[in-house]
Design a protein around this ligand. Structure first.
Ligand SMILES: [Zn+2]
Length: 699
């Protein structure tokens, strides 16, 4: 589980949109609004100018810490939202763009990583070239779909679409346009070797709720989606597009009805279903599975973990029951949709008009060069990241971050040792888990090898097509191989952090270890409040509702006693109920269960980081700065991590489809921490006030 989720939007073969800070900032990375004051001399501390002193901290801590910034910030037209840390993401993007630009000018030998970076980026930037090719790159693929003559060939074609484009536990992405998605990760039952996880798929809209919800905004989105499908088909040269669109929509609707929800997807025990190839025929008849696996180059695979068995049964049955022509149209539409960004402008514009404007309320596209940077990050992330880390992540920053990790881990250890409710044997395993935790700081120990990825000048479509296949075959190729516990799942230039439960590891990329999250020159109170709570958040995932399913070796094993679990469930149910009361819209509340693991991580992260900060100061509060006590700085720095402004449509999308709560509610975590009450003299009657017995304490 990562700190913040990426775009809810489809994980496109084209531009991978990184979502920053739980914000519903779909497609957004960063932006410094022109009207935000940038101090002439940077202050190494909290952003005092962002504070709104007209708000009482005890009533609304989020608006107290960020209100002045929110008031003067205008969301730029090409973003669904922006955040306080946006300047950091912008800076990271510019640096990455600089690295790509140098590569483009270097005239490096063909086949080298540098040449691949240049060719991939330039092929995407060559709009005239893409326009001149028209639909030609798509044609052989559409012809192949048109030539499918029966369900046997359909099964093979569906198998050929399988990609390694989902991720159930690390980058938590449950969405694929293809019928199913593959995730290769350490096995649930044999964490020493890589296993094949199969996840449900087949929807073009971000989540089943878009098809099923009765909310007026969703009904409206569906009407517009139907028109969008027809338009895309027309642009790709199809006839009878309204009728085809309706059949595609109805098929997706039928799939959506059988998809499991995001909240259910979080339950490891429901996901731990080992199926042998023969089980697919028996438990999910309909699709010709042997042919499907042949198409997917997986005929040799002896076992799969099927995450959502009921969805597999239903989707397979739909392959049998629905007409061949409907499935062929569905395949064609999903292909066009997936590659829209590297097809002629009319196709790309229509795609953005629906997915950008209608669905997320963003009036304009990001500039092409920025999308080009995302694209290179997506397909050649480590090639760029290696240069990024060498250039922008000094050893002093690494040393300071390591020291913080050590202090916060020690704080966690003390908290676990002191838990009155946890059995001794459970504690011993929890402490073992902490001891063997791999904490990656800045950049990975080994880099991905891109030598088998063929990037051709002037072939944007082909480069993305081969990128998806290259990644897929790399993942399939390591099935059964020994697990590398130090492997990373994020590139160094990613402003995010992640917990890898099956590896018992954490990654803190170089890009998040910068101001305002992390500033070696800032007081400890600020660093522990800003990045320390993030570190604590990720450590907490090791022990939360999901982490507690894995032992110190990353195996699925029940190492908790019945009574430990009862206590944990009671405490966390209280937290879920707390979040259920938050209502971003009159007709839409936060789903306390869907966001539970992330909310637990926030509570635990703040608590452990607070201890770590006090320990770093010899048990005392840190010194006053800019008129704020050390403790006040700690909590304000935390709340400023989540300062953001999001368009309504994007915020709705986040509430429905993200396992993270929106920033405003993440900042409200502080109401569960006793020290926050003392720091801001919060009194009964204030809106965030909770009586001591109502504050949720988990660790
Ligand atoms: Zn998280």
């Amino acid at each position: 589980m990562k700190l913040i989720n990426k775009s809810l939007s489809r994980m496109r073969a084209t531009v991978c949109a990184l979502l920053v800070l739980s914000l519903g900032f779909l497609f957004a990375r960063a932006y410094v609004p022109a009207n935000v004051d940038v101090p002439a001399k940077p202050v190494h501390g909290i952003a005092v100018a962002n504070i709104d002193r007209s708000v009482q901290p005890g009533d609304d801590f989020y608006h107290y810490a960020n209100g002045a910034w929110i008031k003067k910030t205008v969301i730029p037209p090409d973003r669904p939202g922006v955040g306080v840390f946006t300047a950091l993401s912008d800076l990271t993007n510019k640096r990455t763009a600089g690295i790509i630009d140098e590569a483009a000018k270097a005239k490096a030998p063909a086949g080298s990583s540098t040449a691949k970076i240049a060719d991939l980026y330039n092929s995407y930037m060559d709009e005239a070239g893409i326009e001149a090719k028209g639909l030609a790159p798509l044609k052989p693929h559409l012809d192949a779909i048109a030539a499918i003559k029966d369900k046997h060939e359909l099964a093979h074609a569906l198998g050929e679409t399988l990609r390694a484009d989902v991720d159930a536990l690390n980058n938590t992405n449950f969405h694929t346009l293809n019928l199913f998605g593959l995730w290769v990760a350490p096995g649930f039952n044999d964490s020493e070797h890589y296993a094949a996880y199969l996840l449900q798929g087949g929807l073009a809209l971000p989540d089943r709720e878009y098809y099923l919800s009765d909310a007026a905004s969703m009904r409206d989105a569906r009407t517009k989606y139907l028109a969008h499908v027809a338009t895309m088909l027309k642009l790709a040269g199809f006839t009878d597009t309204d009728a085809r669109a309706k059949r595609i929509f109805d098929l997706e609707h039928a799939i959506a009805e059988k998809h499991t929800t995001l909240a259910e997807n979080d339950d490891i025990h429901k996901a731990n279903n080992a199926w042998k190839p023969a089980d697919f025929e028996a438990k999910a008849p309909g699709l010709e599975w042997a042919e499907y696996f042949r198409g997917a180059s997986l005929s040799q695979q002896k076992e799969f973990t099927v995450w959502q068995p009921t969805a597999f049964t239903a989707e397979s049955a739909l392959v049998a029951s629905e007409p061949l022509e409907t499935w062929k149209d569905w395949l064609a539409f999903h292909l066009i949709e997936d590659y829209a960004d590297v097809l002629p402008k009319a196709v790309a514009d229509e795609d953005f008009a629906f997915f950008g404007k209608t669905l997320f309320g963003t009036p304009q596209r990001r500039p092409r060069w920025q999308r080009g940077v995302f694209l290179v990050d997506r397909w050649l992330g480590d090639a760029v990241g290696k240069i990024y880390a060498e250039r922008y992540f000094p050893p002093e920053a690494k040393a300071k971050a390591q020291e913080m990790v050590a202090n916060i881990t020690a704080a966690f250890r003390k908290r676990v040792e002191a838990l009155p409710w946890m059995a001794a044997a459970t504690k011993a395993e929890a402490l073992e888990k902490l001891k063997s935790l791999y904490v990656g700081i800045g950049y990975p120990e080994h880099w991905h090898d891109y030598s088998a990825y063929e990037v051709k000048p002037g072939d944007a479509f082909g480069n993305l097509w081969r990128g998806g296949l290259f990644e897929y075959h790399r993942e399939v190729g390591r099935l059964g191989a020994q697990v590398d516990r130090e492997e990373w799942s994020m590139s160094p230039q990613t402003v995010n952090a992640v917990n890898l439960p099956l590896q018992n590891g954490l990654n803190f990329p170089a890009a998040i270890l910068q101001p305002p999250f992390f500033d070696p020159k800032a007081p400890d109170a600020v660093n522990y409040g800003a990045i320390g709570t993030v570190i604590g958040h990720e450590i907490s995932h090791t022990f939360d509702s999901e982490g507690s399913a894995f032992d110190s070796k990353g195996r699925v094993r029940n190492w908790w006693t019945e009574s430990d679990l009862e206590h944990f469930n009671a405490a966390t149910a209280k937290l879920a109920a707390q979040y259920d009361t938050y209502k971003p819209f009159p007709d839409l509340s936060i789903n306390g269960k869907q966001t539970l693991a992330e909310n637990i991580a926030d509570v635990a992260g703040v608590a452990a980081s607070y201890d770590g900060y006090r320990a770093a100061n010899g048990g005392k509060p840190g010194p006053e700065q800019q008129g704020f006590t050390g403790d006040q700085q700690f909590f304000i720095a935390f709340a400023q991590d989540y300062g953001s402004k999001t368009r309504d449509a994007a915020l709705r999308a986040q509430v429905m489809g993200d396992s993270h709560s929106p920033g405003q509610y993440r900042a409200a975590t502080v109401r569960n921490i006793d020290a926050w009450y003392d720091a801001f003299k919060v009194k009964p009657g204030q809106k965030l006030y909770l009586a001591p017995q109502d504050r949720v304490r988990i660790w």
